[in-house]
Design a protein around this ligand. Structure first.
Ligand SMILES: Cc1cc2nc3c(=O)[nH]c(=O)nc-3n(C[C@H](O)[C@H](O)[C@H](O)COP(=O)(O)OP(=O)(O)OC[C@H]3O[C@@H](n4cnc5c(N)ncnc54)[C@H](O)[C@@H]3O)c2cc1C
Length: 485
C-alpha cells in the first residue's frame, strides 16, 4: 500500500486525507498542534463554548460530498440547518436591516426600512448567480495552472461571460453602479472581507460571493462550526486515516525530483505522496526552505487578519441573531486604515457572532457567547498590545452607542485572538485569515498552484488556489487529490 502524508490538519488537510484514504493510500496526517482543525477550532471559557475562527458556513454540499465518496451516511456524523436570517445589519442612525432567506420577507424589509424598490437588489442577486455559475468551474473547481483547464468546455461559458463579470471595476464601483441605496452598497461591499480584501481595491467579480450566502443560503452546523472538524475527523478515522498530533514537520527530503521522506521532530515518514496544508509562505520558510521559492507568489499582499474578543455575556439580547454587523460610518476610511495605513480604525465595523442563539448549550441559561471581531491588517510588527487595548475600547463604544446598552458590565468571561496569536497557532504568515488578498485584479493567478514541479508534492488550503474560506479550501483538496492516481 502506498503512503500519503498530509502536513497540517486544517479543513483542507482533513478533506485531503479523506480523499486520499478513499483512493487507497495509507494516509497519515501530521499536525504540529495538540488539536486538529487549524483555524477551524474551538475554545472554552468557563461554561461558554466559542468557535475560535470561521463562523459562516456556506456550500454544505462540499462537506456532504466527502461522506458520499466514503460511502458513509452523513446523518451518522454531521447535521446542519439553514438560517432564516443570514445577517442583521446595524447602522449608526439606528437602522437595522435583516437579510431574510425568504425573498418576500427580504423584499418587505428592504422596501419598508429603506423606502426603495426591491428590483435592483433582486437583479443584483440574479447577476451574482450568473457570475458564479459561469466562472466557478474554471476559477474555483479546476487548477488555474494546468493547460487542460483552458481547453475544457466551461472555458467557453467563462469567456462569453467576461463582459458581465465586472472584472475591470472595483467591487465598490460595481455595487455603486447597480444598487440603489448607500446602505445596500455598504452591505454588499462587505463581501470583499470574505476573502480578506478591500472593496475599494478588489475586482467587481467578488460580487458573485453573495450568491453563496443569499441565493444558496447560509447554514449552521448543529453544535457549531467546530463540529465540521469533529465530524470530518471521525469520518477520516473510521476510514483508517492515522493522526499524529504534536508532530511538527521540519523538512521534506527529495531525490531526483520526487519527495521520499518527511522529517518531523518525532521521527521520519516515508512518503509516496505529500500534501502540504500549511500556509504556503510558512512552508517555504521552514520545511520547504531548500526548495526553489516561488518569489512572486510569496510577495503577494497578505489578506486582512482580525482581532477577536470572546466574551461570555450574562444576559441575552433579542435584537441580535447568529450573525450581526455593526457598520462603521466611513467604510472607505476604515479600509484605508487596514490596507494602506496598516493599522486598526477608530470607528471599526464590528461583527458579533452568537452561536448560543442556535446551540443553547454554548452558554449558560439566559446568557450568550459573543464572538466579537474587527478586521485589521496582517502582522507587520505593529504595536498590537496598544491596538488591542484601543480596539476593545472602540468596539465597546460602538456596541453601546448602536444597541443602546452598557455591554462591559455583562462581560463575565474574556479571551482574545490577534494576528500574532493566529500566526503562532496556525503558522499563517502575518496571521492572515485567507492567505493572500484579492486586492489586485490578477490575484487569482498569483496564488500558489495545487501542484509543484515535484511529481508527488501537492498543496491545499487557504493560502493556495482557489483561496481562503472553508468552501474554497475544500475545493483545493478536491483539485489536488484529483491529480493524484
Ligand atoms: C478568525 C477567523 C474567522 C474566519 N471566518 C471565516 C468564515 O466565517 N467562513 C469561512 O469560510 N472562513 C473563515 N475563515 C477562514 C478559514 O478559517 C480558513 O480559510 C480555513 O479554515 C483555512 O484552512 P486550511 O485548510 O488552510 O488550514 P489552517 O486552518 O490554516 O490549518 C493549517 C494547519 O497546518 C498546521 N501546520 C502548519 N505548519 C505545520 C508543520 N510544519 N507541521 C505540522 N503541521 C503544520 C497548523 O498547525 C494548522 O493546524 C476565518 C478564519 C479566522 C482565523
Amino acid at each position: 500500500m502506498k503512503t500519503a502524508i498530509v502536513i497540517g490538519s486544517g479543513i483542507a488537510g482533513l478533506a485531503s486525507a479523506i480523499r486520499l484514504q478513499n483512493k487507497g493510500f495509507k494516509t497519515i496526517v501530521l499536525e504540529k498542534n495538540n488539536y486538529l482543525g487549524g483555524k477551524l477550532t474551538q475554545i472554552q471559557l468557563g461554561e461558554y463554548r466559542f468557535d475560535a475562527g470561521p463562523s459562516l458556513f456556506t456550500l454544505p454540499e462540499l462537506i456532504e460530498e466527502l461522506f458520499a465518496i466514503s460511502n458513509k451516511n452523513i446523518n451518522d456524523y454531521f447535521h446542519y440547518e439553514k438560517c432564516d436570517i443570514s445577517c442583521n445589519y446595524f447602522f449608526s442612525d439606528k437602522t437595522k436591516i435583516s437579510f431574510y432567506s425568504n425573498e418576500n420577507q427580504l423584499k418587505n424589509e428592504i422596501e419598508s426600512k429603506l423606502n426603495i424598490p426591491f428590483k435592483p437588489l433582486k437583479n443584483y442577486l440574479i447577476n451574482a448567480a450568473y457570475k458564479y455559475n459561469s466562472t466557478k468551474e474554471i476559477f474555483l473547481e479546476k487548477s488555474l495552472h494546468k493547460p487542460q483547464t483552458y481547453f475544457s468546455y466551461p472555458i467557453i461559458k467563462c469567456i462569453k461571460s467576461i463582459p458581465k463579470l465586472d472584472l475591470f471595476k472595483t467591487l465598490n464601483e460595481t455595487n455603486s453602479n447597480t444598487l440603489n441605496h448607500p446602505k445596500l452598497i455598504q452591505i454588499f461591499n462587505r463581501y470583499a472581507t470574505y476573502n480578506g480584501s478591500s472593496p475599494y481595491k478588489a475586482s467587481g467579480i467578488l460580487s458573485l460571493i453573495p450568491h453563496l450566502e443569499l441565493n444558496k443560503g447560509s447554514f449552521f452546523p448543529k453544535n457549531g462550526m467546530h463540529s465540521i472538524t469533529e465530524s470530518l475527523t471521525k469520518l477520516a478515522k473510521d476510514l483508517g486515516v492515522e493522526f499524529n498530533l504534536n508532530t511538527s514537520v521540519n523538512e521534506v527530503i527529495k531525490e531526483n525530483n520526487i519527495i521520499k521522506e518527511v522529517i518531523t521532530d518525532k521521527g521520519n515518514y516515508k512518503a509516496d505522496v505529500v500534501i502540504c496544508n500549511a500556509d504556503i509562505k510558512a512552508a517555504y520558510n521552514s520545511f520547504l526552505s531548500k526548495f526553489k521559492k516561488p518569489t512572486k507568489i510569496l510577495q503577494q499582499e497578505r489578506s486582512s487578519s482580525g482581532i477577536i474578543f470572546y466574551w461570555g455575556i450574562n444576559k441575552t439580547f433579542k435584537e441580535l441573531d447568529l450573525h450581526n454587523i455593526l457598520f462603521s460610518e466611513n467604510y472607505e476610511d476604515e479600509f484605508k486604515h487596514i490596507f494602506d495605513l496598516k493599522t486598526s480604525y477608530l470607528d471599526p465595523t464590528v461583527y458579533i457572532n452568537i452561536t448560543s442563539k442556535k446551540s443553547i448549550r454554548d452558554a449558560p441559561n439566559e446568557c450568550e457567547n459573543w464572538f466579537v471581531m474587527i478586521n485589521v491588517p496582517s502582522n507587520e510588527n505593529q504595536n498590537w498590545d496598544k491596538i488591542i487595548k484601543e480596539s476593545r475600547k472602540n468596539i465597546i463604544h460602538k456596541i453601546n452607542s448602536i444597541l443602546g446598552i452598557d455591554i462591559e458590565k455583562h462581560i463575565v468571561e474574556e479571551d482574545y485572538l490577534d494576528p500574532r496569536r493566529i500566526e503562532f497557532r496556525t503558522s499563517s504568515a502575518g496571521g492572515a485569515l485567507y492567505g493572500s488578498s484579492s486586492n489586485s485584479r490578477n490575484a487569482a493567478f498569483f496564488r500558489h498552484p495545487n501542484f509543484s514541479s515535484l511529481k508527488n508534492l501537492f498543496f491545499v488550503g487557504g493560502s493556495v488556489h482557489p483561496g481562503g474560506g472553508i468552501p474554497l479550501c475544500l475545493n483545493s483538496a478536491k483539485i489536488s487529490c484529483n491529480m493524484i492516481d
